[in-house]
Write a protein that binds this ligand. Structure first.
Ligand code: SF4
Length: 624
């Protein structure tokens, strides 16, 4: 309780592994489903809910969905919760935002499992019509969901604190490049009238905010919770003695060299980070202490129904692929330049205990819908389960050093294999698959690594092993901070060796990316030739999307590498389409783009019959 009541002028440096989330109040009984209608909430809580979660995803009671995870965690921490899912934001009366009236403590706007802009637009900026997180798969969420929802709630309830969080707010906490408007936008707290922003995985911070408010501290005085950002007026900031790393102010930070420098400063900074804006100053407290194993076990074992709310009749497509999946850990030390997981979940791995995962699997296997297959046992990278560094508890992960290849990193793959084998023994479980990515560069190149690869490929993939080299050209993989061609090629050969003499072979499915900063058409041709040579043709190519806050996005916007200051080639516009098409050389629809790519790359020799059976045909294939 001491931390709960800490002075709002001192930063509460919670020690690791303090189970503060669940010690301040007794837990409330967990309902079958979180209430999404007023009658349900009244019956359950008999009063206005303490906290109302507002989400653009339809509510699915599964731990992979942030509304369910946060909602059940808050109930466990002693607070009554209700969910407004997919409110009608076009209705100016705001009726659906008022379903439960005023919460006792605050509204929490958590738009969804994925970034709403990435969910709503293709990389080529075409509006999608479908939304896997919505009943019937229909897109209903507004662009910039957090800003729209927060403004509506503020208009209806100007005196109720609003806390924003989730991927959208978290990755836009400072001025950021916005691909969809091709401009630098101010930090989201300057646009959304919220009291606090929770960044990263938010359970610890949101529970601490609730505990403070329940003990009588007004939300706008809570300025020392780790994992949160708040705003100050410009005048207050000038008079304050707050100390921290200052980022270049918005809009000056829109200048490309300043943006690149700001990104580096942000990435290197420890402690408080401050960014002045014209009408406000955004202050970020240091990140929340990661959950302990006991805390992870506790929240992932809450009684999730693993179904959509029965009041929602149309199917929510995102549920089926993950209904029988298990999250084993959080965090990723891969540090791929284009990925924001490290900014969200952190670099340090926190693994759940084997006992907890087994209990979850047993519970799942008893569900009437369970058909014997657990579709995924994993996390951001499945084979980081159990990985550990003695430094993590005391000092956190090293900032500017990679854990991959570091002698201090303790491998967790033996734990992972033992766990998979125990899950396999549970009655009614026939298959235990891994569909999360596997970091092939983490598999040791020795007999132990070979045994690991053999077990995983023979018993825990459904015919296709998904790996993410992303590219094969070293100058591109360098920009992506991924291992280069030599490492992938050695892995591919080991995998292929395992297939020798097998009647039923398995296949490698590479995840690939086009148009990443630093990638030229020549690099895509090199990648296409590699795939063709090794019979790995795939049309699953991701066109690089500059999502906020990543290193790759900073390179995309500025044309500079923030760490070296060197110029970086950035493919844009029509070239993005060509780069993607080059890998789809078998698709007649892409013929003209492929030819134009080959000509630009100076590879006329690959068109037509100049190289028999090696190029693309001289004329478009018939289907065209
Ligand atoms: S010592 Fe090595 S493994 Fe540990 S955090 Fe630092 S880089 Fe990572």
């Amino acid at each position: 309780m001491k931390d709960v009541q800490a002075s709002s002028n001192t930063l509460s440096l919670l020690p690791a592994n303090t189970i503060i989330m669940f010690t301040a109040r007794p837990p409330l009984p967990q309902p079958k489903y979180l209430p999404i209608q007023q009658a349900e909430a009244k019956k359950l809580w008999n009063k206005n809910p303490d906290i109302i979660l507002v989400s653009a995803d339809a509510y699915v009671d599964h731990p992979s969905f942030p509304t369910a995870l946060l909602g059940r965690t808050l109930i466990e921490a002693g607070y009554s919760v209700a969910v407004i899912s997919q409110p009608d934001w076009k209705d100016r009366s705001g009726k659906s935002f008022a379903e439960f009236g005023k919460p006792n403590l605050f509204f929490a706007v958590v738009p969804g499992a994925v970034d709403p802009m990435i969910n709503a637009y293709t990389p080529a900026l075409r509006k999608r019509r479908d939304d896997a997180y919505s009943p019937g798969g229909k897109l209903t969420r507004p662009d910039r969901t957090t800003i729209v929802y927060t403004n509506m709630l503020h208009r209806l309830y100007p005196d109720v604190p609003i806390i924003i969080g989730g991927v959208e707010a978290s990755l836009r906490r400072f001025a950021h490049y916005d691909y969809w408007s091709d401009s630098v936008r101010q930090g989201i707290l300057a646009d959304a009238p919220a009291t606090l922003l929770v960044y990263g995985m938010g359970e610890r911070a949101i529970c601490e905010i609730a505990h403070r408010m329940a003990s009588g501290v007004p939300a706008n005085e809570i300025r020392d919770v780790r994992g949160t950002c708040y705003t100050m007026s410009v005048g207050e900031y000038r008079k304050s003695d707050i100390k921290g790393t200052q980022l270049p102010a918005y809009p000056l930070v829109s200048e490309k060299p300043d943006f690149a420098a700001a990104w580096k400063t942000f990435s290197d900074a420890d402690g408080i980070i401050i960014q002045p804006h014209p009408k406000t100053v955004i202050v970020q407290n240091p990140p929340a202490v990661p959950l302990s194993t006991e805390e992870m076990d506790r929240i992932y074992e809450l009684p999730f129904a693993r179904r959509q709310h029965p009041a929602v009749k149309e199917t929510i497509p995102a549920l089926a692929p993950i209904q029988f999946s298990i999250i084993t850990h959080r965090g990723c030390f891969g540090a791929c330049s284009f990925c924001s997981i490290t900014h969200h979940q952190g670099k340090q791995i926190v693994s759940r205990s084997e006992e907890s995962i087994l209990r979850e699997a047993k519970r799942m296997a008893k569900m009437p819908e369970f058909r014997g297959t657990i579709s995924d046992v994993g996390g951001p990278s499945a084979n980081m389960y159990g990985a550990h560094c003695p430094k993590w508890e005391k000092h956190g992960a090293c900032k500017n050093k990679s854990c991959i290849g570091c002698p201090s990193l303790q491998d967790g793959t033996a734990r992972q294999l033992a766990l998979l084998s125990e899950i396999q023994k549970i009655p009614k479980v026939k298959h235990v698959f891994i569909s999360s990515g596997i970091r092939y560069d983490l598999i040791p190149e020795n007999a132990e690594g070979d045994a690991y690869l053999k077990t995983i490929s023979e018993s825990h993939i459904s015919g296709h092993m998904k790996v993410a080299p992303e590219h094969i050209s070293d100058r591109v993989t360098q920009m992506m901070n991924k291992p280069g061609e030599a490492v992938f090629e050695r892995f591919r050969r080991r995998f292929e060796k395992l297939q020798e003499g097998k009647q039923k072979r398995q296949y490698l499915v590479p995840y690939l990316m086009s148009s990443h900063p630093g990638c030229r058409i020549e690099d895509m041709v090199k990648l296409a030739l590699y795939l063709r040579e090794h019979n790995m043709y795939t049309e699953q190519v991701q066109d690089f999307t500059p999502s906020p806050m990543t290193l790759s996005t900073a390179m995309y916007y500025t044309g500079l590498h923030p760490f070296t200051g060197k110029r970086v080639y950035v493919p844009t516009g029509g070239e993005k389409r060509i780069q993607r098409a080059v890998l789809q050389w078998k698709d007649p629809k892409q013929y003209d783009l492929v030819v134009s790519g080959l000509l630009k790359a100076g590879r006329r020799d690959l068109i037509g019959d100049l190289v028999p059976n090696k190029g693309i045909p001289a004329r478009p294939p018939k289907r065209r």
